[in-house]
Design a protein around this ligand. Sequence first.
Ligand code: UDX
Length: 459
Amino acid sequence: MRITVIGSGYVGLVTGACLAEYGNQVVCLDLDAEKVAQLQQGNVHIYEPGLEELIRRNMQAGRLHFTADIGASVAHGTIQFIAVGTPADEDGSADLQYVLAAASNIGRYLNEYKVIVNKSTVPVGTADLVKQAVQAQLDLRQQRSSFSVVSNPEFLKEGAAVDDFMRPDRIVIGTEDETAKDLMQAIYAPLVRNHDRILSMDLRSAELTKYAANAMLATRISFMNELANLSEVLGADIELVRKGIGSDPRIGYHFLYPGVGYGGSCFPKDVQALQQTAMQFGEPLKILQAVHDVNRLQKNILLNKIMAHFGSDLRGLHFAVWGLAFKPDTDDLREAPSLVLIEGLLACGATVAAHDPVANDKAAQYFAGRAGLQFTELPMQALEQANALVIVTEWKAFRSPDFASIKKSLRSAIIFDGRNLYEPKRMKAEEISYYPIGREQILPHSSPALVVQSTAVAY
Ligand code: UDX
């Protein structure tokens, strides 16, 4: 099948490369000529395991092409995927300018039947706006070509995107048009072999499904974070509670990990965008508001614990931070809890040495020109002369460190662990003061027990 993917960002590249891998002829469009030139050389600007190799292989096989030529790319595909960004507006609602510009561009060059597929996460009702934008261009040109609009949300996780695409749990196809439905099923059938995983529905239900999935997952995380904070006050262990409830198949083990709050390009944005839609329709979701508020507070949890231990004036103190990306296996810093932590530490007068296996460069750009912050190539280098180690991202390389070396490098043996990587008992045996999330704290011999609430701190 001939496929065009508009937008060579994260979702567009994964979609284009994976569909090419299944034998389709794919053209990926991007208006950024420099990005296209790099991609044509096989240079991929995002870090995603397996993606660059997949792109190169399919380019060599002649099935995957990159272009900045709108007319040629619209002419190419019977299916036109729109996979452009939908950044949050100031009020948190999704900014549709790129989606609608892509729709207008399709309308400007459309001269035969095409299926236009929304892959970007867009508010309920966007399919109608896309239809109008395409039709407006056709009317201008007095062109009578027909087209269908489909909602086909993506459920990729960063760090596992290629695998998620190739082995989907489900493929949601929202359309009211039988021809479009058949074409979409034909594209995806090879990925799922049988059709059980393809769920066809109306456009609005498909659009809402994407937001509902992310909002449900975000809700689980915020609920677990609140339970973790409660566990600390009660003297319960959230890890035992997590296993205790996860073993109920109605609950399940996934997405029950407490931590430093969810980040990334999807959850924070989608939770807010869904709330905006709900408010526009006069049905604000009270639960979703709480999910968002809890997450905002949870991003301060490490700083609050640090301040409870050291006091609120951190001048003269130096901290090692392990992990900058919002989660492992990505260099993505969007909405990363590490940014909130580092901003807070610097604002309170501390200095910071941070290490991330892949996100150091991006973080250095983000914090460019900020005094008191350095990045180290190796995790152990960050510890030198630090008053404490603070763990923000659960990279595998941090899970089994040499605690003797950690103690030797740190000025005082203290770990604030935002991801519960270590067993409190082990920390006790190692004589390390240990502050996990929702678990027993191992305190310096003389200190009284600390109870840290996830209240926002003023800085
Ligand atoms: C998410 C959805 O999982 C995916 O289906 C959708 O297409 C895009 O948004 P992603 O943003 O890549 O994917 O990351 P994900 O693995 O879902 O993690 C999101 C955030 O939640 C991270 O900050 C992570 O640290 C946090 N998280 C996740 C927790 O704090 N606890 C958990 O138990 C799981």
